[in-house]
Ligand binder design. Structure first.
Ligand code: TYD
Length: 139
């Protein structure tokens, strides 16, 4: 079963000193965190991502600035989500095609992943991805 992405809103712990957001694996998000990386310094015209992952699940949070994420399964949905709050993210299950774009100059996109990096699990051809999804839908 291939799940659909959804937005997640994390509780903000705030007092007179400011805000704090906590994310615990398998508690606030549906997987154990094995890897984190973050993306910054991307021009507003750049499109990143452009891949699907066979195994990795992700949470993407724009902790500073704004960006947009396009998610599609190439069959039943094709959506653009704006990430512009440090306490909001998007959950991206395995086998979802994603593009990240429209980065503000100050954008820092934090990515939490369920798997260690393995370039072999990336599908970087949209044609190949949509063909796989078409076959999957026929079964
Ligand atoms: P890439 O997957 O192209 O980034 P994006 O998700 O924005 O499309 O990754 C950029 C480079 O960083 C590429 O050379 C692979 C490397 N990389 C790692 O070594 N480990 C990682 O966990 C990730 C996400 C990327």
């Amino acid at each position: 079963m291939i799940e659909k992405p959804y937005t997640v809103r994390f509780p903000q712990h705030g007092d007179e000193r400011g805000w704090l957001v906590v994310i615990e694996g398998n508690k606030d998000i549906p997987f154990d965190i094995k890897r984190i990386f973050y993306i910054y310094g991307s021009d507003s015209a750049v499109v990143r991502g452009q891949h699907a992952n066979r195994r990795s699940e992700f949470i993407l949070i724009n902790v500073c600035g704004t960006c947009k994420v396009r998610v599609t399964d190439s069959v039943s949905y094709d959506e653009v989500i704006t990430l512009d709050q440090p306490h909001e993210g998007i959950y991206i299950p395995r086998m979802v095609w994603k593009d990240m774009f429209a980065f503000s100059e100050d954008s820092i996109l934090l990515c939490l992943a369920s798997e260690a990096y393995d370039s072999e699990e990336y599908i970087r051809s949209y044609d190949k991805y949509s063909e796989l999804m078409r076959q999957n839908n026929e079964h």
